[in-house]
Design a protein. Structure first.
Length: 108
């Protein structure tokens, strides 16, 4: 994601006017941890507490999905992405898909 790309979860950018709607952009990734970390997470699940291995996995996945989405918007010539949302779904045990999506726009 470049520093000039504005990414917001609102339908507007404060102080700017949307000049053109370019369309929906999305980025996704399916992420999994390796078996060793999966076993450690399983033990933590039994005794309770934060499962840091999965917290890290989901955080990394969100960043990858966001970067892919902004890359698509840049290819379209967008200056911003509005209405950004994230979705997640479990694909299989220990693997999740993260989808980032929003509307690419040109600003004035």
């Amino acid at each position: 994601m470049t520093m000039s790309m504005i990414v917001v979860n609102t339908d507007f950018v404060p102080g700017k006017e949307i000049a053109e709607v370019l369309g929906i952009v999305k980025g996704n990734v399916i992420q999994a941890k390796h078996l060793g970390k999966d076993i450690a997470a399983g033990f933590r699940h039994i005794v309770g507490g934060e499962i840091k291995e999965y917290t890290e996995m989901m955080s990394e996945a969100r960043e990858i999905a966001l970067k892919r989405m902004t890359g698509k918007a840049e290819e379209m010539g967008a200056g911003a992405i509005v209405n950004v949302r994230f979705m997640t779904s479990m694909v299989m045990t220990g693997a999740a898909e993260i989808l980032a999506y929003g509307t690419a726009v040109k600003l004035r």
